[in-house]
Design a protein around this ligand. Structure first.
Ligand code: UDP
Ligand code: MG
Length: 310
């Protein structure tokens, strides 16, 4: 198993994180593990700490991104580098308790491809952050064809089949949670209490939060552009009907022309959307399970294989 830890300027907390991670992973008997730190362009002592951990343990690997690419990109870098048959994504600031990892692993062993950690409580996060997160995820789910589970973040375990799928896809407009729910593989959740950050301050600035929110909507929903086209169509049609009824198009001309222009933007948006879907490079389907028959006469039993195929 690989535990991927994206880190951006986490020098104040990383020592404690490493100690708790190692303790929790050692406690999970029978699991061979590696911890893969991804330094997302830190400008503090994060990388020297990671080097120190790697020098002291053969279980530690690390990658340092050339600059700050953002949390989702750092997670993807970790997923592409991970070698484990399951991968856990966990924040570096101890808001996600490492002690939950053995629980995630035992659900995975029951056969779940994705085991999310679901927050039952969020301590130490401001009312504004909680309220905007609450509203945003409900808005996103009402728009998206593949809703993401509420009250879950990126703290989750992914089976190798999911990791391979995510690693192969286009890495732009990245919103891992959305892609995971799009894949539609068996997903379950383990509840936990989200602690406050152990030290330091949030590395998710308002700009990064807005960027993530934008990616969530753009990568998972065509509704904004469809709504634009529909509004244009309705406006142009209504202006035509009213004009015909009054036998006078003078007063409705502006509504008609605005409607046609809006519709044209919506149509253009459909083409842009098709290009985006192409760039996302998602496979047309994901195989969840297969029943295969052995070709040798001596072993006529069907074998059931779970996994993802392109
Ligand atoms: N992070 C990152 N790159 C960034 C911002 C954050 O790798 O540009 C990491 C950060 O070090 C932490 C995780 O992403 O491990 C979550 O960030 P943070 O705890 O600051 O976000 P919050 O919990 O406040 O939303
Ligand atoms: Mg945090």
């Amino acid at each position: 198993m690989t535990v991927v830890v994206p880190c951006f300027n986490e020098e104040s907390v990383l020592r404690e994180t490493h100690a708790r991670l190692v303790r929790a992973l050692r406690a999970g008997r029978g699991v061979t593990y590696e911890v893969l730190y991804v330094d997302d362009g830190s400008t503090d002592d994060t990388w020297s700490l990671i080097r120190e951990f790697a020098a002291g343990s053969e279980h530690v690997r690390a990658a340092r991104l050339s600059r700050n690419f953002g949390h989702q990109a750092a997670c993807l870098a970790g997923l592409r580098d991970a070698t484990g048959d399951a991968v856990v994504l966990i924040d570096a600031d101890l808001q996600d308790p490492p002690e939950l990892i053995p629980d995630l692993v035992s659900r995975w062993r029951e056969g779940w491809s994705v085991v999310s950690a679901r927050r039952t409580e969020r301590k130490g996060e401001g009312a504004l952050k909680r309220a905007t997160a609450f509203a945003y995820y409900r808005l996103l789910n009402s728009m998206s064809d593949h809703p993401v589970a509420l009250d879950t973040g990126d703290f989750r375990l992914l089976d190798r089949s999911v990791v391979d799928l995510l690693g192969e896809l286009g890495g732009q407009e990245l919103f891992l949670r959305g892609t995971i729910s799009w894949a539609g593989l068996p997903e379950t959740a383990v509840p936990y209490r989200r602690d406050p950050r152990a030290a330091g301050t949030s590395k998710y600035t308002l700009r990064k939060m807005l960027e993530l929110s934008r990616c969530g909507i753009i990568s998972g929903s065509a509704l904004p552009i469809r709504a634009t086209a529909a509004a244009g169509l309705v406006s142009a049609a209504a202006a035509t009907v009213v004009g015909l009824a009054r036998r006078d198009f003078g007063t409705t001309r502006w509504a008609y022309s605005l409607g046609v222009q809006t519709l044209a933007i919506g149509v253009l948006g459909e083409y842009v959307n098709a290009t985006l879907r192409h760039a996302q490079d998602r496979p047309p389907f994901v195989v969840g399970e297969r029943i295969q028959r052995s070709r040798t006469a001596s072993a006529p039993q069907p074998t059931i294989a779970a996994g993802v195929a392109r």
